[in-house]
Design a binder for this molecule. Structure first.
Ligand code: NDP
Ligand code: 2IT
Length: 447
């Protein structure tokens, strides 16, 4: 709960100014609460207007995206780019294509991205974008026409030194290819304007794996600091997209056994451990549904509905699907089943009540901003390679990613301790991410 009168007023203003955007309010409330001891120690962040500024996006771009479907009908979607904060570098953050996308969702993601990107220690500001377009069930031609139309408008506002989008839900290698191709065509420019690109046209090795691998490197460090590891642990991973697949791969390599995964229809449970090649063939190969896993592994179980996955007994839970996918009831079920650690691969997958439940029960909790920062960190490494016009080996990128994730754990952990909240990585990540952005904003004066 926020108690500082000034921070309470900032929160009220955020609610007034951003009505009907509960996810954005949720993300801001969590950060402001974490900042209470920071503004007590450094009142200049209030006096010089940094707190008021940091909750207001620098720019919001909203546009119409017209495209023609396979039957010849004109379809209209809405596109967004929220350029949240450029204090420490060009806006950086993914694009999400999902029917649930609206301005509030993109704002919450752009806000969180600002602190996450700061935690990586790399020079990237915060931004996010997307559309309410649903790539599910669309042909490649429809997705291409949509992406080309989306980029025709977005290209006016982005650039390698201005704003560098990437993937998120519903935006993977296929979409990035269409988007980059259209940018290049319109601007006649071959620069690192997007990340997550294909390896033949400027992509970085290990970017595809980076969020999931980074999540497990972070989790391993948290476990190590508490005298344990992935070895021999039972793991549940929600989702079965980019983050979930590579989290499952790395958790398995580190000695864990992943027994459940999901999509928005339901979850699979395989007591023998998930066969990831089958999941990759279904999801990366043919964009199928997770229940098709049973066609290959009839001994596994499929359950309709996605929240049931949190009732599966496990030592480590890695939510990797979407925001607020784990609520108080899910958290209580995990705690009752003896969960040891919960680390967030998705952005804001746990509700505030779920986080409270984990913290009260002494569960090691790794918040999204810190735990899933490996994807954007590796995007920044892709930007470095593009600027140099050179590329690093998989091992080189993976080693840098590993070092970055260890460092993020350490700085979140140290910040929590410094401000009297030892072990509270939610507060630690928010504070550590805030300090660099806030000090830069102070240096710029009012701007
Ligand atoms: P993908 O599109 O590759 O996969 C998303 C997965 O989550 C799918 O299994 C999808 O199921 C499921 N999902 C999506 N929306 C919902 C929903 N409303 N309810 C239930 N399940 C849902 O996306 P990513 O793996 O890239 O992203 C997953 C999460 O990780 C997101 O929160 C994203 O913001 C975050 N993230 C991603 C990064 C990246 O580099 N890609 C970096 C850091 C965070 P279905 O197929 O049925 O829709
Ligand atoms: O939420 C995220 O950090 C991402 N979707 C990745 C953003 C990026 O620019 O790589």
């Amino acid at each position: 709960m926020i108690t500082n009168a000034y921070l309470l007023e900032v929160m009220e203003n955020v609610k007034k100014r951003n009505q009907g955007e509960p996810e954005f309010h949720q993300a801001v409330a969590e950060v402001l609460e974490s900042l209470e001891p920071v503004v007590a120690k450094y009142p200049e962040f209030i006096e010089k207007g940094v707190i008021d500024s940091i909750v207001e996006p620098e720019r919001i771009i909203k546009f119409r995206v017209p495209w023609v479907d396979d039957s010849g009908k004109v379809q209209i979607n809405r596109g967004f780019r929220v350029q949240f904060n450029s204090a420490i570098g060009p806006y950086k953050g993914g694009l999400r294509f999902h029917p649930s996308v609206n301005e509030g969702i993109i704002k919450f993601l752009g806000f969180e991205q600002t602190f996450k990107n700061s935690l990586t220690t790399l020079p990237i500001g915060g931004g996010k974008g997307g559309s309410d377009f649903d790539p599910k069930g669309k042909s490649d031609g429809e997705v291409m026409r949509f992406c080309q139309s989306f980029m025709t408008e977005l290209q006016k506002y982005i650039g390698a030194d201005t704003d560098v989008p990437a993937g998120d839900i519903g935006v993977g290698a296929r979409e990035i290819g269409y988007l980059f191709g259209q940018y290049k065509r319109l601007r006649d420019e071959y620069t690192g304007v997007l990340t997550g690109k294909g390896l033949t046209y400027g992509g970085s090795l290990a970017r595809k794996e980076a969020t999931g691998y980074g999540l497990c490197y972070f989790t391993e460090e948290l476990l190590k600091d508490n005298g344990t590891s992935f070895a021999g642990k039972t793991v549940v991973v929600s989702g079965s997209g980019n983050v979930a697949i590579y989290a499952t791969e790395k958790a398995t390599t580190l000695g864990g056994k992943v027994v459940a995964m999901s999509d928005s229809n339901g979850y699979i449970y395989d007591k023998n451990g998930i066969d990831l090649d089958t999941v990759k063939a279904i999801k990366e190969g043919r964009r199928g549904r997770i229940k098709e896993y049973l066609d290959v592994h009839p001994e596994a179980e499929y359950h309709e509905g996605c929240s049931g996955i949190w009732t599966v007994k496990c030592d480590i839970a890695l939510p990797c699907a979407t925001q607020n996918e784990s609520n108080e009831a899910s958290a209580k079920a995990l705690v009752a089943n003896g969960v040891l650690a919960v680390c967030e691969g998705a952005n804001m997958p746990s509700t505030p009540e779920a986080i409270h439940t984990f913290q009260q029960a002494g569960v090691f909790f790794g918040p999204a901003k810190a735990a899933n920062a490996g994807g954007v960190a590796t995007s920044a490494l892709e930007m470095s390679q593009n600027s140099m016009r050179l590329s690093w080996s998989f091992e080189e990128v993976d080693e840098k990613l590993h070092g970055i994730m260890i460092n993020i754990y350490k700085s979140a952990s140290a910040a929590a301790e410094e401000f009297g909240m030892k072990g509270n990585l939610v507060a630690g990540a928010n504070i550590a991410g805030f300090m660099k952005v806030a000090r830069s904003m102070l240096a710029y004066g009012v701007c």
